[in-house]
Design a protein. Structure first.
Length: 232
């Protein structure tokens, strides 16, 4: 499987039309726009060869709350081969090394995140993860993601009050998907100190002939596990 995925990954290193980000790119990442009205930020093999054929379009960033801001924050894309496929990770963090959001209620969101897998591959899984701190209520530090494919998927929410914080969902494989994400820290109702260090969204894809088989095997595995549990 890994050899096949590596071959596909190398074969899909094809440049896509270059669209320059609206702000200067920092080491390892792209600075986010200040509002939803800002021009889209497009990341592809032309301005970041390390993403190996993936294309990401962020439709600007909206912020609200006492400490929320998109200015100075960035997104760092990485691609890695795993046993389950080729995974794209989008890590949102502060470009200055501090917390993405801190002190009181903060809410930063993206109305549209367009993700396109390399040619010949389909995305079948999305994940959300968050790190940070809130001594009053850990659940107030969270990242919520809604993935839209052919059908509207339920919100995928990860917060510090859950264990593990990493949450995932699978769906019918698609080459391109649209997602929305909402990053929250603190509470709008009480004064408290909370911080979100990073928020990570990941998308896993496999070659087209494999995607339907992988999904079928996963469903069959769930059925087998349920039968085994019932026997006990």
């Amino acid at each position: 499987m890994r050899s096949v995925l590596k071959a596909v990954s190398l074969a899909t290193l094809v440049g896509i039309a270059f669209v320059a980000p609206t702000r200067a790119q920092t080491a390892g990442g792209f600075l986010l726009g200040p509002s939803v009205s800002s021009p889209y930020l497009t990341i592809n093999s032309a301005n970041d060869p390390s993403i190996k054929g993936w294309t990401i379009v962020l439709a600007g960033c909206s912020a609200s709350g006492s400490s929320a801001t998109c200015v100075g924050s960035e997104v760092i894309p990485t691609v890695s081969n795993t046993a389950l496929g080729i995974t794209l990770s989008l890590v949102f963090e502060s470009s200055t090394g501090g917390s993405l959001m801190s002190s009181g209620y903060s809410d930063m969101s993206f109305s549209n995140i367009y993700v396109t897998a390399p040619t010949g591959q389909n995305i079948y899984e999305a994940q959300s993860n968050v790190s940070g701190s809130d001594t009053t209520n850990p659940a107030n530090v969270s990242v919520g993601q809604t993935v839209t494919t052919d059908l509207l998927q339920p919100v995928l929410s990860s917060n510090l009050g859950l264990s593990p914080t990493l949450q995932s969902q699978t769906f019918a494989p698609v080459n391109t998907l649209v997602a929305s994400a909402d990053f929250k820290a603190g509470s709008k109702f009480t004064a408290q100190t909370a911080s979100m260090n990073t928020a990570t969204l990941t998308y896993t894809a496999v070659p087209e002939p494999v995607s339907s088989t992988l999904l079928a095997v996963g469903i069959a595995g769930l059925g087998f596990a349920r039968r085994k549990t019932r026997r006990r």
